[in-house]
Design a protein around this ligand. Structure first.
Ligand SMILES: C[S@@+](CC[C@H](N)C(=O)[O-])C[C@H]1O[C@@H](n2cnc3c(N)ncnc32)[C@H](O)[C@@H]1O
Length: 295
């Protein structure tokens, strides 16, 4: 959905500043095709039985909310009262606010996008009763500015896929957690062999390096010193999310062109179909609940 030159499949992994610049410029475009309540893969499966959405964007929002709620339930389990929580890659703040409500803890959200930071502030101002328990800051997970053992738990929803150095992100997340603290992360991994055009569509639209294999991810987690407490395969949601983004992009293409310019649609048009097939056939998606050993 975005115009970025340096994150092609074979190019260098994007720097945090480039990722931030993409969200600064195209965060609203992503909300038009992914839903606005959060910026992560939605939970379409299982679909639950709440209200029925009447628009595709309503479906996207509902799926996002369900995913946020599900992940918050997973992280909240066993947390101490007044837990100190870190939201790594907090987007526009919706999930951090939900996490604070769900757990009663204090949440700090970090992002590399200044524009998102402003949106987080607006969202928090529009929410009653959380101003003293939620705050947002500019921060890069690969170089965190917090002392060791600062947090009881952290989550990182769809942020690790952007990192140029995932082991550094894992090391830093582990460092700032207290012993016994947990990190809930979601991550994309590569399945099978994609056509170069498919991989490039994914890396360009998402401003990310190409996804690694699951074996590489597992090796990096083991080396980081985290212990895996729980793993859940949520791949079906990525395929459906890719389909929905594809349909919403087509449906809203004119509005997107009007708002973001011809450059944005000229860039996205050839990428949207290989992006869809990459999500369909070559992306696995997992929830990983990791813990920092007590000693
Ligand atoms: C796909 S969005 C997910 C946002 C949010 N977690 C949600 O679920 O709505 C990815 C987020 O990761 C952030 N991000 C990317 N690279 C980062 C880095 N190196 N350090 C911290 N945040 C980063 C982006 O700024 C963005 O907020």
């Amino acid at each position: 959905m975005t115009v970025t030159d340096s994150s092609a499949g074979n190019g260098p992994a994007p720097a945090p500043e480039e990722v931030g610049a993409m969200y600064d410029r195209f965060g609203d475009l992503l909300a038009m095709v992914l839903g606005g309540s959060a910026l992560h893969v939605g939970m379409f499966v299982p679909h639950g039985d709440r209200h029925r959405p009447t628009t595709l964007l309503g479906l996207a929002d509902l799926a996002q909310d369900r995913q946020t709620e599900f992940l918050a339930d997973v992280l909240a389990d066993g947390l101490p009262p007044d837990a100190r929580l870190l939201d790594i890659g907090c987007g526009t703040g919706g999930p951090a606010i939900h996490l604070a409500r769900r757990t009663g803890g204090r949440v700090t959200g970090i992002t590399v996008s200044r524009e998102q930071l402003a949106r987080c502030g607006e969202r928090l101002s529009a929410t009653t009763g959380l101003a003293d328990r939620v705050d947002f800051a500019y921060g890069n997970v690969m170089r965190l500015g917090y002392p060791d053992d600062s947090f009881d738990a952290a989550w990182s929803i769809d942020c690790f896929p952007h990192l140029s150095d995932r082991p550094a992100g894992l090391r830093e997340a582990r460092r700032v957690l207290r012993p016994g603290g947990r990190l809930l992360m979601t991550e994309f991994t590569r399945r099978g062999t994609a056509a170069p055009a498919e991989t490039e569509a994914f890396t360009q639209l998402w401003t990310s390096p190409p996804p690694t294999t699951f074996a590489t991810l597992s090796g990096e987690i083991e080396e980081s010193g985290f212990r895996v407490e729980r793993m859940q395969n949520m791949t079906a949601n990525v395929a459906l999310c890719g389909e929905l983004m594809h349909v919403l992009y087509k449906e809203q293409r004119d509005a997107i062109e009007q708002r973001f310019g011809k450059e944005a649609t000229a860039h996205t048009d050839p990428l949207i179909e290989p992006f869809r097939t990459f999500c369909q056939h070559h992306v696995d998606y997992h929830l990983l609940l990791l813990s920092k050993p007590e000693s």
